[in-house]
Design a protein around this ligand. Structure first.
Ligand SMILES: NC(=O)CC[C@H](N)C(=O)O
Length: 432
């Protein structure tokens, strides 16, 4: 028997009239599979959708979050009450050898829908060309406003990420769907839907050649590599990298949507790479999870994940620009994490843990392993969020350059750890 809760928010509906005066005020409902319903007004596309309902504590960067491919299949609840006040910029840049042709994180809106307490139809920013509502409309993505996002977030924190439905217009008057009618994006391989289908190269003249396995890359990851001088070849997520690996100086694994189990094929291929190839490897979010699975760690589904731009992580080891014992504030968007197990697989160690929930935020190969492999659950490339860890890209590329020079017979000093120069912070498995 499902508990049915129905919430209406009269005060915020009045605010809605102020901020969203020009929006066609269709009724909208947000239903959760667990039986709660919230009623408000629609903005954006007049279309009903299903999705996995998640919340983000980010205060700004709704445009970057909504274009992050890792939000695919999700209905995104913003805990910040007023969203849309700086509008949306034109999302096109020259697609040339230096950039991927967008200002935001991908070409279009990736989440299935958005949930806002009070959408701002009036916007003001020098780069804005349209409102959040008109952008959503053009991309056929619905939004609901005038709902109590604090109440929704508290529910999601208690019961965990929950399947949901945004019912717009006449659909909002219909009864909530039956539990079995909810669509669950985690059963689909969302990575296969969003990954590049053909390889392509950015900055072909770069001095180090980096292969990127694309699980649903945020544009800023590719920019971060290109801006630091790398030649970046983007490959489909399940590409047979082992057949071409000797052409590259390093391998990068990107973020991506959905359950990492769908990427086990990539993890098994990576296991062979790890066994036979000694060049630097760096992975972010889904990429980190794939590295972990290749190393023999398990990935599990968290209750409500971590989404926001204010997630503190503690470094347990020093490497490159990262110092053991220091806390870095990070941008995050994930539902799954690697299990902290004791002992860690041979040749691996935890690199970061989350200061709020003690989940694994990074892993690295040990100095003794002779490998240079790192994965982080957070997003050093930001967009949006803090840039505390952006130099990890510099560290990675410097290590690739050092390996390349060493292979050419030059004497080099490595930027990342050497066995003695890496202080560590002890972590007990009780914090798993
Ligand atoms: N941003 C990401 O790459 C997310 C990874 C994975 N889809 C998760 O939710 O945990």
């Amino acid at each position: 028997m499902f508990l049915r809760t129905v919430t209406r928010l009269p005060l915020l509906s009045r605010n809605f009239a102020t901020h969203a005066g020009s929006v066609a005020a269709l009724p909208a409902a947000m239903h959760l599979k667990t039986g709660q319903s919230f009623f408000g007004r629609s903005f954006g596309a007049p279309r009903s959708v299903f999705g996995e309902t998640v919340f983000s504590t980010s205060i700004t960067s709704y445009t970057e979050s909504m274009t992050d491919p890792s939000y695919r299949g999700q209905i995104l609840v913003f805990t910040t009450p007023l969203i849309g006040n700086y509008g949306v910029p034109k999302n096109t840049a020259p697609f040339d050898s230096q950039d991927v042709g967008v200002i935001l994180e991908s070409k279009g809106i990736q989440c299935s829908g958005v949930v806002v307490c009070d959408v701002a139809e009036k916007f003001s920013h020098y780069s804005a060309v349209e409102s959040l509502s008109s952008w959503c409309q053009r991309h056929d993505v619905p939004g609901i406003t005038g709902v109590d996002t604090r109440a929704i977030t508290r529910l999601l924190r208690d019961q965990g990420t929950t399947l949901g439905r945004l019912a717009i217009g006449p659909d909002a008057e219909l009864p909530a769907p039956q539990p079995e009618e909810y669509w669950d994006p985690s059963v689909e391989n969302l990575v296969a839907q969003i990954s590049a289908t053909e390889p392509y190269t950015l900055n072909p003249g770069g001095d180090v050649k980096i292969a990127v396995l694309d699980f649903g890359a945020k544009a800023n990851i590719l920019r971060a590599l290109v801006r630091r001088g790398a030649s970046v070849t983007v490959l489909p997520w399940n590409f047979e990298f082992n057949t071409i690996r000797d052409q590259y100086d390093g391998l990068f694994l990107t973020n991506g949507p959905g359950d990492p189990q769908h990427c086990m094929e990539a993890a098994l291929k990576l296991r062979t790479t790890l066994e036979q190839w000694n060049k630097p490897i760096f992975g972010i979010c889904m990429g980190h999870q794939v590295i972990g699975m290749a190393a023999g760690l398990d990935a599990y589904r968290m209750t409500f994940g971590n989404r926001g731009h204010n997630q503190p992580v503690l470094a347990l080891a020093s490497a490159g620009s990262i110092r053991a014992g220091r806390v870095y504030v990070t941008s995050q968007n994930h539902q799954y994490a690697l299990k902290l197990q004791d002992p860690f697989p041979q040749g691996w160690e935890p690199f970061f843990i989350n200061c709020n929930d003690s989940s694994v935020e990074g892993i690295k190969s040990t100095a003794e392993s002779g490998k240079k492999v790192w994965g982080v659950q957070f997003h050093p490339e930001s967009a949006g969020g803090p840039l505390d860890t952006i130099e990890m890209f510099t560290d990675f590329l410097q290590e690739c350059r050092a390996h390349k020079a060493e292979a050419a017979g030059e004497k080099v000093s490595h930027t990342m750890e050497t066995a003695k120069a890496a202080p560590r912070v002890a972590v007990s498995s009780a914090s798993a």
